[in-house]
Design a protein around this ligand. Structure first.
Ligand code: ADP
Ligand code: TYD
Length: 210
């Protein structure tokens, strides 16, 4: 059994995923792990196309966007340069800021969630995270954080949408609770308190893997 972990951080926009990805990576590195951090949408060509749609530079139907995320995720896993599968084989613990639960939640608001889950089945077959960590922040608070720090609001960053997305995350967790390892962390606390709560979960997982 592989000892290095594959960890997915999930949450609505502005929930603190990238902050916590960085803090967790630092802590694991201090412990002697080889850590690789990554995110979705990726910085590769399909991810770049998605980013330009999110910024409003290009228009696309929500179903097209959902399809692009499916392709971006497979490229994220399988590309031979820095794909997640390769990184895990090379002994890295991989922490990703968003994975397929983001698709279930964000696209499940526009179309049948079961379609989105089925469309991502290949990614789930290739790699299920050892743990999905949901950083739970009230949408009102995450919106305040997002608007404080961004000049331009992206496609899905409205309070109304994030309220729906949070509800869809909950629906997806309930649907998949028997096949996925999911933990929810209160994200409405100081950064260090959240980091400690995440660390506790990761330590438990490491003990199980030894
Ligand atoms: P995400 O990656 O989920 O969009 P970020 O980590 O980029 O979230 O955080 C969004 C903003 O909120 C950043 O400016 C960050 O510094 C701030 N932030 C992150 N965590 C907290 C927290 N626990 N309390 C207050 N502000 C936070
Ligand atoms: P991200 O850069 O993580 O935004 P933030 O830092 O604000 O959380 O993600 C960009 C957007 O992409 C975000 O609004 C969520 C959306 N998204 C999807 O719609 N589907 C997906 O499958 C993923 C991974 C992200």
């Amino acid at each position: 059994m592989r000892k290095n972990l594959f960890i997915a951080l999930e949450g609505i926009d502005g929930s603190g995923k990238s902050t916590q990805t960085k803090l967790l990576a630092e802590r694991m590195t201090q412990q002697g792990h080889k850590v690789y951090t990554t995110c979705e949408p990726t910085a590769r060509p399909i991810g770049a196309m998605i980013r330009s749609i999110l910024k409003g530079e290009m228009k696309a139907d929500d179903r097209t966007i959902a399809g692009l995320f499916v392709a971006d995720r497979l490229d994220h896993l399988l590309n031979e340069e820095d794909g997640i599968v390769k990184k895990l084989e090379d002994g890295f613990t991989v922490i990703t800021d968003r994975y397929y639960f983001s698709s279930y939640a964000y696209h499940g608001t526009h179309m049948d969630m079961d379609w989105v889950i089925a469309a991502n089945a290949m990614s789930a077959d290739i790699l299920r995270p050892d743990i999905n960590i949901f950083i739970d922040v009230p949408p009102e608070i995450s919106m305040q954080r997002v608007s404080r720090n961004r000049q331009n609001v992206e496609l899905y960053e409205t309070l109304e949408n994030l309220v729906q997305v949070r509800a869809k995350f909950m629906e997806a967790f309930e649907k998949l609770k028997d096949v996925e390892n999911i933990v929810s962390i209160n994200g409405d606390q100081e950064m260090d308190a959240i980091a400690n709560a995440i660390w506790q979960q990761v330590e438990q997982l490491q003990e199980k893997k030894v």
